[in-house]
Write a protein that binds this ligand. Structure first.
Ligand code: PGA
Length: 254
């Protein structure tokens, strides 16, 4: 089965409801750029999920950036998977490097989140990636394989088949320093090989995205690599114009 490319925005802690509405309106005006041969999603702050569900073009799905792994209870400030599901959220990020580094999320916590996301029939987007010191020390493949294995540790083979993986080298996030398409492809091919060890041929159906300074000018080149199935995009996903341009670039290649 050919893997359908996925263009996913990660807004991080950006945009009020009014700004999210404006984005959705502007993207709606450019919906001719969003071909049917790719999938699209925006991972927004919780506060903007409702307006986006109402306003986004129908083929742009909702994503969330975080979730708590328990179903409910005394976890002040947290949001559960069933709460996200109510908004028709389709994708939920797990293990983004900012969550790992700034909020102390461990691989064990991330694995529980992945499980919780699946329990509500949503799609986890498990993010993995090395920091610069690890790359310089030649440890990249070990680091990402380890994050992958631990992040998927609680899942059955069928559940692993329902995940999306995103390779995001930490040194490329928000720095303007994109990994070359060869660097990204090397790691992503290795991640697919690791998935194949777990789930056999199903690994060929699992989408693996690249993230880290993706923009309209480099998205086509990255996505033309045999194992790269789309982009997880921060900064360049904040403007509807640039989101639509990236979509158009991906569509040219499918
Ligand atoms: P960036 O962020 O595109 O701004 O580098 C990517 C991400 O953190 O998902």
């Amino acid at each position: 089965m050919a893997r359908k490319p996925l263009l996913m925005g990660n807004w991080k802690m950006n945009k009020t409801v009014a700004e999210a509405r404006e984005f959705a309106e502007q993207l709606g005006q450019q919906s001719q750029s969003l071909c049917n041969d790719a999938d699209y999603a925006v991972c927004a702050p919780f506060t903007s999920l409702h307006i986006l569900r109402v306003m986004l073009p129908a083929n742009v799905k909702l994503g969330a950036q975080n979730v708590h792994f328990e179903e409910h209870g005394a976890y002040t400030g947290e949001i559960s998977a069933s709460m996200l599901k109510e908004f028709e959220t389709v994708y939920v990020l797990a293990g983004h490097s900012e969550r790992r580094q700034l909020f102390g999320e461990t691989d064990e916590i991330i694995a529980k989140k992945v499980k919780a996301i699946l329990s509500q029939q949503m799609t986890p987007v498990l993010c993995v990636g090395e920091v610069l010191d690890q790359r310089d020390a030649g440890k990249t493949l070990d680091v990402v394989r380890n994050q992958l294995n631990k992040g998927l540790a609680e899942l059955t083979e069928a559940e692993i088949g329902r995940c999306v993986v995103a390779y995001e080298p930490v040194w490329a996030i928000g720095t303007g320093r994109t990994a070359t398409s060869e660097q990204a492809e090397e790691v992503i091919a290795e991640l697919r090989a690791a998935l194949r060890q777990k789930v056999g041929a199903t690994a060929d159906d699992i989408r693996i995205l690249y993230g880290g300074s993706v923009k309209p000018a480099n998205v086509a080149e990255l996505c033309s690599q045999p194992n790269i199935d789309g982009g997880l995009v921060g900064g360049a996903s904040l403007q509807a114009d640039s989101f639509a341009q990236m979509a158009a670039e991906i569509c040219k290649g499918v």
